[in-house]
Write a protein that binds this ligand. Structure first.
Ligand code: PEP
Ligand code: MN
Length: 336
């Protein structure tokens, strides 16, 4: 052991005594650095090397606060004006989807969501309507004039989903499915990349870089809550709002928030949405239900579905936060 600039460092003799059978030249590392290097831990300092296509540092033309604008059929993410995506967790029927698409349109939201292929924890639970669900979602989007986003969970389905959707969603459970990321990078549609529920910022941006490396920079990031010691105790996941400014500091990609999966509780969705807007997100993706007592209970994530008035309330909050908007772009990202 010796001391460099007041810090104790291991010498190569010490390394030999560590018993790894291989002598390592350690004199350049402090003990702390050594621990980090050995663990293979990635920090945000590694991002310019890991993510040269998406890091602000390696793309100085994007400056320190510029966002890349990602446009999906008129909905524009990254203008500084939040865009709201809303719709059912899962497409369940033509009637349900069209009813909710009309609610979304009337609320002033900019895009329609709805899952056709659902990644469920139990294989015995409703898995989505599949191709039929894609057709219904597309028709509801066409009927209301809303662009649609839906999840793709399987590399073999990317082309099919891309035929029906305006934007492809990579879900939390698939964020590190690298072959799937490569495939959606090829297919020429914008991608909504949800954060893995246990993914660090670096892992999340590394996943986005896979898509970018295939030539697709039309990526919107989505924070959707992470697993912590309190997940499941009073909310489904823990909404990590701190990550919004952190994403902003590292990359020019827009970032939105999913208050529905993050909380899992309908009564928390409006508060979480307000918080996310205050943290400067580029939009929200929200699950809704009809709110009618005579409607069938949603087969998927019923407890987090907000009713139409609550969606309108959230949009009114966004409008009130934005103030009067000059120019061609409305508060919801629509070009008038
Ligand atoms: C969804 O948005 O339908 C979904 C399954 O979300 P997540 O991947 O964030 O769980
Ligand atoms: Mn859901």
């Amino acid at each position: 052991m010796t001391s460099v600039d007041g810090m104790e460092v291991l010498q190569s003799e010490d390394a030999g005594r560590l018993g790894r059978g291989k002598r390592v030249e350690l004199s350049n590392f402090s003990k702390l650095e050594l621990a980090v290097k050995i663990a293979g831990k990635v920090t945000t300092e590694d991002l310019p090397r890991m993510c040269p296509l998406l890091s602000r540092e390696t793309n100085p033309r994007y400056g320190s606060d510029h966002r890349r604008v990602v446009e999906i059929g008129g909905a524009r993410f990254g203008t500084g004006l939040p865009v709201v995506i809303a719709g059912p967790c899962a497409v369940e029927s033509w009637e349900q989807t069209l009813e909710l698409a009309r609610v979304v349109k009337a609320s002033g939201a900019g895009m329609l969501r709805g899952g056709a292929f659902k990644p469920r924890t139990s294989p015995h639970d409703f898995q989505g309507l599949g191709l039929e669900g894609l057709k219904i979602l597309r028709a509801a989007g066409d009927e209301t004039g809303l662009p649609v986003v839906t999840e793709v969970i399987d590399v073999r389905l990317v082309e099919t989903v891309a035929q029906y959707a305006d934007m492809l969603q990579i879900g939390s459970r698939s964020m590190q499915n690298y072959p799937l990321l490569v495939e959606v990078g090829h297919v020429g549609k914008p991608v909504l990349l949800k954060r893995g529920m246990a993914a660090s910022l670096c892992e999340w941006l590394g996943a986005a870089e896979y898509i970018a490396k295939e030539g697709n920079l039309e990526i919107v990031l989505c924070e959707r809550g992470i697993k912590t010691f309190s997940s499941g105790e009073y909310s489904r996941f823990s909404l990590d709002l701190n990550v919004i400014p952190a994403v902003r500091a590292q990359t020019f990609l827009p970032v939105i928030v999913d208050p529905s999966h993050a909380t899992g509780v309908a009564s928390m969705v409006e508060l979480a949405s307000r918080g996310a807007i205050e943290f400067g997100c580029d939009g929200l993706i929200i699950e809704i239900g009809s709110g009618r007592n005579d409607a069938p209970r949603p087969k998927c994530d019923a407890d987090q579905a907000i009713d139409p008035p609550t969606l309108c309330q959230i949009i009114r909050f966004i409008n009130s936060r934005q103030g009067p908007v000059e120019g061609k772009v409305s508060v919801l990202g629509w070009v008038r």
